[in-house]
Design a protein around this ligand. Structure first.
Ligand SMILES: *Cc1c(COP(=O)(O)O)cnc(C)c1O
Length: 426
């Protein structure tokens, strides 16, 4: 972490740093367990008194190398991999919230997150209030209660493509003495580093651009180390008071800036177990090596496709922050001047049936429940990912019923445009 390399170099060189005679490429430590000669040492590992590997549910060297790379890309101090983006977001909140607690979340979040926070975590006694991310500081502030423990938002919302004013969100959260947690899946740290603007914790579905090839479901949590839990000891007792499941360890005392991730690993992952397999972490690392090349090409292709759609008579509307008349253009220019992401949403003139017929006419572009990989794909959230939401909830989540989500891949942009053109004009 001390090398101060540029993002391009971090993508390639960070994480696995072999010593003399060791494998050049990150090895897959395909082992559940690790051997020790000394019983006392094993005991110290279990007490968190010594650093070391003993069981892959807690830590594995392959996973740790990849987590370290993502941590460095984000400019954080500690990170961990999870089995999915869902697990990352769940753990990020659950690490500091328990039954009886509350948190605030932007209403324009990924459908899976909306359901996790609004339905499943509610059943665990953790309450979530959804707020309009474009509302004023005062309005969003009203959602905070004495038992509120965090504010959560996506830097670019999937699929609403709302760009969040990160500094505004950071001011609101910090004035209430809680951390800002941001899901940075869509821009990736190549286009936006939320810690620079005041976010405290970042999460990822690495399933998307980080993997980039639609090979592995995975997630990651990174801590900036900037939030001072000890300033609010009563709010975050899990971090500032003794953990009886570790003989009274106090995470903030023992681990300082590493407290949040250590607790998430040693306690939440130990007990809930959503680890990423080392095999998947290896593949994720291969994806990360080219992240700095792929993300700009996704954005460049998406810009051209958005301009094409915007000028087509059969297209009713286009939502892409790279277009100058987009309501989020200015925020995008501020927080992600190099580009936003490769995802565009749009609607075509006509009925819902015509929308579906248009999608069925596409030849190269496939209907796929995915975004952010090398192959261009489409999805109709109202019929697919968000079909559990009613029309009112759809609009609240920033998803119009006629919205088509188009994820632009790395093919030649003219081939992508020609496929869209023939399907629009048939
Ligand atoms: C896909 C996605 C998730 C969920 O991630 P999985 O890896 O599918 O579990 C969370 N947040 C955002 C923004 C996503 O796009």
């Amino acid at each position: 972490m001390s090398d101060n390399y540029r993002q391009e170099t971090i993508c390639i060189q960070s994480g696995w740093k072999p010593k003399n005679g060791e494998p050049r490429i990150l090895p897959i430590y395909q082992s559940t367990t690790f051997k020790y000669d000394d019983s006392d040492q094993m005991g110290r590992l279990f007490d968190l008194e010594e650093n070391g590997y003993f069981y892959t549910r807690l830590q594995n060297p392959t996973n740790d190398a990849v987590a370290a790379k993502i941590t460095e890309l984000e400019g954080g101090v500690a990170g961990m991999l999870t089995s999915s983006g869902q697990a990352a977001n769940y753990y990020a909140i659950f690490n500091i919230c328990e039954a009886g607690d509350h948190f605030v979340c932007s209403s324009t979040v990924y459908g899976g997150t909306f359901n996790l926070f609004g339905v499943t975590m509610k059943k665990m006694g953790i309450d979530c209030t959804f707020v309009d991310p474009d509302a004023s500081e005062e309005e969003i502030g009203k959602a905070f209660r004495p038992n509120t423990k965090a504010l959560f938002a996506e830097t670019i919302a999937n699929p609403a493509l709302v760009v969040v004013d990160i500094e505004k969100f950071a001011r609101i959260t910090h004035s209430h003495g809680v951390p800002l947690i941001m899901d940075n899946t869509f821009p990736t740290p190549i286009n936006c580093q939320p810690f620079k603007w005041g976010a405290d914790i970042v999460t990822h579905s690495t399933t998307k651009y980080m993997d980039g090839h639609a090979m592995c479901v995975g997630g990651c949590i990174v801590d900036s180390g900037n939030f001072d839990w000890t300033r609010y000891p009563d709010k975050f007792p899990g971090l500032t008071q003794p953990d009886e499941s570790y003989h009274g360890i106090v995470y903030t005392e023992r681990f300082g800036k590493g407290a949040y991730i250590t607790k998430a690993t040693a306690q939440v992952m130990r007990d809930l177990g959503s680890i990423q397999s080392p095999q998947n972490a290896f593949l994720l690392n291969v994806g990360l090596e080219t992240l700095h090349l792929r993300v700009p090409r996704h954005c460049e292709n998406a810009q051209k496709v958005a301009e094409f759609l915007n000028g087509h008579e059969r297209v009713a509307w286009v939502n892409f922050a790279g277009l100058p008349d987009n309501p989020y253009h200015a925020l995008a220019q501020k927080y992600m001047p190099k580009g936003t992401c490769g995802v565009i949403s749009f609607g075509i003139k006509g009925t819902r049936e015509e929308t579906v017929a248009f999608m069925d006419r596409l030849k190269m572009i496939a209907i796929v429940t995915h975004v952010a990989d090398a192959r261009t794909c489409v999805l109709h959230p109202a019929s697919h990912t968000h079909r559990q939401l009613n029309d009112e909830q759809l609009l609240e989540a920033g998803v119009k019923p006629d919205l088509i989500r188009l994820s632009i891949g790395l093919e030649h942009v003219d081939d992508i445009i020609e496929d869209l053109k023939q399907a629009l004009e048939q």
